[in-house]
Design a protein around this ligand. Structure first.
Ligand code: GUN
Length: 296
């Protein structure tokens, strides 16, 4: 039997409806409009399209959004100044600096400059530390989106063997940490594989839930997974260009090869991607509520 397709589009749509209702309530009851600023440095086409999607989604939900687009040669000090202004602007509740940054800009310095209370990406060390400790904080959007997708799809994580491929600060490390937490949506036995892992297949074939965030197109084949496994494909790789100029995308999982063996699988596009953006909206809404000391 072919795998169940876990649709990020459908799940994200349901969550966005809930967010839209709450945004309207904030406006009606408190006259508050959540505000997000996105900062894009350079002209990487993938980053341009991600940031555009984030701003489009914000506007569709009634969230104020401002995109700051800077040339690749922008000095680090100018990026820091823009963040500082946003930190002090009471109409802005969330600040997102799209990664990666050009090489001459120190990513750590940039992320440390964002006010932790406006860090809707969950990348500031204060939020990373709180996440690790299981404290209330802004959770990073892709890992949180994966957990939400599993939860809303009825996938049991407690006691499950979860294997994560990739150890990035944005996906691999935080998703491993969240799946370990002693709480609903966590309680998994977690293994993290990376470029120095000796026998990747040994680990992936044991996985009840396999989360792939390696950035290598179609690297996971059917012989590397367990029958009935839940496959979460985080990869978005540009593998070509269609006649209309649009990028052809492929995940890190060879979907056609794996779909007959897996129990459930996220497609690319339309899997984890829409969830990442939706979690960003949820964090921005939370940031606005916290700034106004509104519970819930
Ligand atoms: N680049 C790739 N993923 C992300 C993300 O979730 N947030 C930011 N800011 N940059 C990214």
């Amino acid at each position: 039997m072919p795998a169940t397709i876990i649709s990020g589009i459908e799940t994200a749509k349901a969550i966005r409806e809930e967010i839209g209702i709450e945004v309207r309530r904030l406006k009606q009851e408190y006259n508050i409009i959540p505000g997000l600023v996105t900062i894009l440095v350079g002209d990487d086409p993938a980053s341009q399209s991600y940031v555009a999607a984030k701003n489009r989604t914000a506007e569709a939900l009634g969230i104020f959004s401002e995109q700051v687009t800077l040339p690749a040669i922008t000095a680090e000090v100018d990026v820091l100044r823009i963040i500082d202004e946003a930190n002090r602007n009471p109409a802005i509740h969330g600040i997102l600096v799209q990664l990666p940054l050009p090489r001459h800009i120190n990513e750590t310095k940039v992320l440390f400059t964002i006010d932790p209370d406006k860090d809707v990406d969950g990348f500031h060390p204060v939020n990373v530390g709180k996440m690790l400790l299981g404290e209330q904080c802004f959770l990073p959007c892709t890992p949180n989106g994966i957990l939400e997708l599993l939860r809303r799809s009825g996938v049991e994580t407690s006691g499950a063997e979860v294997v994560v491929i990739g150890r990035s600060n944005i996906v691999g490390k935080p998703v491993a940490s969240l799946m370990l937490q002693k709480r609903e949506g966590g309680n998994a036995t977690v293994t993290v594989c990376h470029t120095r892992t000796r026998d990747m297949g040994f680990h992936t074939r044991r996985a009840d839930i396999l989360i792939v965030a390696a950035g290598v197109a179609r690297m996971i084949k059917a012989d590397q997974i367990k029958e009935g496994a839940v496959i979460i494909d985080v990869g978005i790789n540009r593998v070509g260009q269609a006649a209309n100029g649009k990028a052809i995308l492929a995940g890190d999982v060879d979907f056609n090869d794996v779909v007959g063996k897996a129990g459930a699988i996220t497609p690319v596009p339309g899997g984890v991607g829409p969830m990442t953006i939706t979690m960003l909206m949820q964090n921005t809404l939370q940031a606005a509520k916290r700034a106004a000391r509104i519970d819930g």
